[in-house]
Design a binder for this molecule. Structure first.
Ligand code: BGC
Length: 333
């Protein structure tokens, strides 16, 4: 072979080898890329929103129902609801939990507006771009997006009207309120007063707070009964107040003619209504509050229109309503 031909064959071989390597590596890179896309890139539609719901006391039927409603909404939507709260009411702990939710930059917070510290915390969250919904107790003066819960002033009025009707407009009343400071309890007392002050035969003789505990409700009712022997009726603005009032009246042997109206259709109150110790209950809608609060939060996150306030209608239950009421509850399970 001539020298020129040898050089030509060598160059051609080098060219063929180089092209083969390029094709091989190009294919490898393409394969690797497609693997990375499949394995590492997250599927956006699967990422869940993280919403924190802070309750007032987890070991309480009212808040259990709020949680069950929220859980139902969670099962229907692309959202993780972290439901947290102190076992027994503890405002400091509640505030800490809201603060932690802010620090973790969650997508939304649902919480009560119990006092100025709660208002400040809500404003902090909103400032950081985390939407807040108040539940059960509103803080109108905060920058929260919306409130869902009872119109507590109206609930107080309904309680007043029921008491007037049930006592034929003649009663000397002691009020045991859950708290003198929290807006929802203040409104429940205001609404009640507003109605009964127009009834000549009704007099409110004492007002004490129970810190939403059964023990303090009993202590305060006991003290009132000793100080005002003429009390014929009690109004309790919190779930456990009715039980405390009944216990105090029983220990002073005054329960027979005592009229008692209290908040919340929790099992113990229903049992006391059934056995005639309690005469009427103001029922709220905690399950609906929990359920709708999560749905509303998703509307806010998705920039959909939400109203300022969503009131859940309170109702009065008397003993005569109980069989219908129970049938309805069973039907809705
Ligand atoms: C109130 C809640 C409270 C619950 C338990 C309800 O009547 O609306 O604010 O946490 O009672 O005391």
């Amino acid at each position: 072979m001539r020298r020129a031909s040898v050089v030509y064959v060598i160059l051609l071989s080098v060219f063929i080898v180089a092209v083969s390597f390029s094709v091989y590596f190009y294919k490898q890179v393409q394969f690797f890329d497609s693997q990375v896309e499949d394995a590492v890139l997250p599927d956006e539609s699967q990422s869940k929103y993280h919403v924190t719901l802070v309750g007032q006391e987890m070991n309480h039927d009212y808040w259990r129902l709020v949680g069950q409603g929220a859980e139902k909404a969670e099962s229907e939507h692309n959202v993780f609801v972290e439901y947290v709260g102190p076992k027994r009411s503890n405002l400091e702990e509640q505030l800490k939990l809201v603060d932690m939710a802010i620090q973790s930059n969650v997508d939304g917070i649902i919480v009560q507006g119990l006092n100025e510290q709660f208002t400040d915390m809500i404003n902090q969250a909103e400032k950081r771009g985390i939407p807040v919904i108040t539940i059960d107790t509103d803080s109108k003066q905060s920058s929260r997006h919306a409130y869902i819960g009872t119109d507590n002033y109206l609930a107080g009025k309904l309680a007043g009207e029921a008491l007037i009707e049930d006592t034929n407009g003649a009663a000397t009343v002691g009020i045991v309120t859950g708290s003198l400071d929290n807006p929802h309890h203040q409104q429940r007392v205001q609404g009640f007063k507003e109605v009964v002050e127009h009834a000549e035969g009704i007099e409110i003789i004492a007002l004490e707070e129970s810190n939403i505990t059964r023990v303090e409700a009993e202590e305060k009712a006991y003290k009132m009964l000793l100080e005002h022997e003429n009390i014929t009726a009690f109004y309790g603005t919190s779930s456990y107040n009715g039980m405390g009032i009944v216990a105090a009246a029983k220990s002073l042997k005054k329960q027979n003619d005592m009229y008692v109206i209290t908040f919340d259709a929790i099992d113990e109150n229903i049992a006391l209504l059934e056995n005639t110790d309690i005469d009427a209950i103001v029922e709220q809608q905690p399950y609906e509050m929990g359920y709708q609060s999560v749905q509303l939060m998703l509307d806010i996150i998705h920039d959909r229109y939400v109203q300022d306030v969503y009131y859940k209608q309170p109702t009065i239950i008397h003993r005569s309503d109980l069989s219908n009421w129970k049938r309805q509850k069973e039907g809705s399970l």
